[in-house]
Design a protein around this ligand. Structure first.
Ligand code: GDP
Length: 365
């Protein structure tokens, strides 16, 4: 499964946030808590469409789809030179598909900051610089090799060399590969380089509880937001401490608490949703059987591949996907009415599944 890695300087609230994630995961009704890697926290992806589908096509139970976060220990200045557990951090980051970058955005004299003062921009740049340096090292290693092959007029090597030449000056300035525009062909080459700064990133401003209702009023949040805008990255304001406290509450108690704080949704739910989209993930549903269930697929997948998310037999024996969109089912209010309106589609093997599709797969066994 695709996973988002939680990174940040020491003492910014990563463990607190990760605890909130594991506690929320432990509350999941349909997933008896499996003993997995202690650094991996599994959560349900909140989705209000499930309840509506279950209302129209009642089943015995509702099953959410899940998402995984990976806790990556604190990174320090000099990590790219092996400081702290430097190389290990970088290796751990290399394994994840997206980065959730936690930045301290609260004042609290009792909590030491590694640099002695709160400066979100400096913090963000410290980490991003380490990642840029690590990428520059890998590019430089690759460069000499590829340059040599390119001289033999090897087309593939020439294309890669051009990409390396495009990337190198950006990294030398401490920039990120994700900030560079690439053609489709270049993107394919970049993917093969496994660079840290090419991974999609989401910034989490760990704000004070008092700022929960209006994160935009926090100057720290604003600073991170401006920085992230330059990378086209999103920022989410979360009070990690509060999230940890409310993760154990039941849904109703949590709702009461959040309303009192003046927010409609927990920070954790916003984080899960944003991370899910950051990874290009989308949801389809199965219904009408014993359970109403959400499943995850990667945007762009065709129907047979998506069928394989449920079971490899479904992919192998795929015949067609009987599909109705959530919007149509919601509007017509019953499967029969949607069908009469011509909204139930028979889709074949080239159909690109859309977020919100409710599908019944037909397959040969
Ligand atoms: P990590 O090193 O990044 O994993 O940081 P921790 O999660 O261990 O947090 C470091 C310290 O900051 C702990 O004492 C936390 O209780 C505290 N902390 C974390 N989040 C918040 C917050 O939102 N507000 C305040 N005041 N303290 C926090």
């Amino acid at each position: 499964a695709l996973t988002a890695g939680i990174v940040g300087l020491p003492n910014v609230g990563k463990s607190t946030l990760f605890n909130a994630i594991t506690k929320a995961g432990a509350e999941m009704a349909n997933y008896p808590f499996a003993t997995i890697d202690p650094n991996v926290g599994m959560v349900e992806v909140p989705d209000t469409r499930l309840a509506r589908i279950d209302q129209i096509l009642p089943a015995k139970k509702i099953v959410h789809t899940t998402f995984e976060f990976t806790d990556i220990a604190g990174i320090v200045k000099g990590a790219s030179k092996g400081e702290g557990l430097g190389n290990k951090f970088l290796e751990n980051i290399r394994q994840v598909d997206a980065i959730v970058h936690v930045v301290r955005a609260f004042d609290d004299d009792n909590i030491t900051h590694v640099n002695g003062h709160i400066d979100p921009l400096d913090d963000v740049e410290t980490i991003n610089l380490e990642l840029s340096i690590a990428d520059l090292d890998s590019i430089n290693k690759r460069y000499a090799k590829v340059e040599k092959v390119a001289r033999t007029k090897d087309k593939e090597a020439q294309a890669e060399l051009a990409v390396l030449q495009k990337i190198k000056p950006v990294l030398e300035q401490g920039g990120a590969v994700r900030s560079i525009e690439f053609t489709k062909e270049e993107q394919r080459i970049v993917k093969g380089l496994f660079l840290l700064t090419s991974k999609p990133v989401l910034y989490v401003a760990n704000i004070a509880e008092d700022d929960m209702a209006a994160p935009q009023d926090s100057k720290y949040y604003q600073q991170i937001k401006e920085y992230a805008a330059k990378e086209n990255a999103e920022v989410i304001g979360i009070s990690a401490k509060t999230e940890e406290e409310i993760a154990e509450l039941d849904d109703e108690e949590r709702q009461v608490f959040l309303e009192a704080e003046g927010v409609s949704e927990s920070g954790l739910d916003r984080l899960i949703r944003a991370s899910y989209h950051l990874l290009g993930l989308a949801t389809f549903f199965t219904a009408g059987g014993t359970e109403t269930r959400a499943w995850t697929f990667k945007q762009g997948m065709k129907a047979p591949q998506v069928a394989g998310v449920i079971h490899s037999d479904f992919e192998r024996g795929f015949i067609r996907a009987e599909t109705v969109s959530f919007a149509d089912l919601d509007q017509y209010g019953s499967m029969q009415a949607a069908k009469e309106a011509g909204r139930l589609r028979l889709e074949g093997k080239d159909y690109e599944v859309q977020d919100g599709d409710i599908i019944e797969f037909r397959f040969n066994v």
